[in-house]
Design a protein around this ligand. Structure first.
Ligand code: FES
Length: 105
């Protein structure tokens, strides 16, 4: 599956990820060397993997309650915010545009 990532500087790059391995978006972002801290390792506890889904939000569906709890505690979050560790890589992400919003240091 191919989708676009926008980094903290506004640079966009289209990346391709295997959609049959059960990986999360957070894991793919880290593997692609984006600055995602993911302190909790994908447990929906740290919110450092915060991303905004700029395009493709409708296809992804709603965030879970656990995810929403974390997002709502962020100083800044958006109706299109998600935790990248809670988004499974799949064909559903084809053409999506994902903006990094987590702390990068
Ligand atoms: Fe911690 Fe996603 S990696 S909430």
């Amino acid at each position: 599956v191919k989708f676009t990532v926008e980094d903290h500087d506004g640079n966009r790059e289209t990346i391709e990820a295997p959609d049959d391995m059960g990986l999360s978006l957070m894991e793919i972002l880290k593997a692609s060397e984006y600055p995602v801290l993911a302190t909790c390792g994908g447990m929906a506890l740290c919110a450092t993997c915060h991303v905004e889904i700029m395009e493709g939000q409708a296809e992804l569906g709603e965030a879970s309650d656990v995810e929403l709890d974390q997002l709502e505690n962020l100083p800044e979050y958006f109706p299109t915010s998600r935790l990248a560790c809670q988004v499974r890589i799949g064909p559903i992400l084809e053409g999506a545009v994902i903006k990094l919003r987590g702390e990068d240091n």
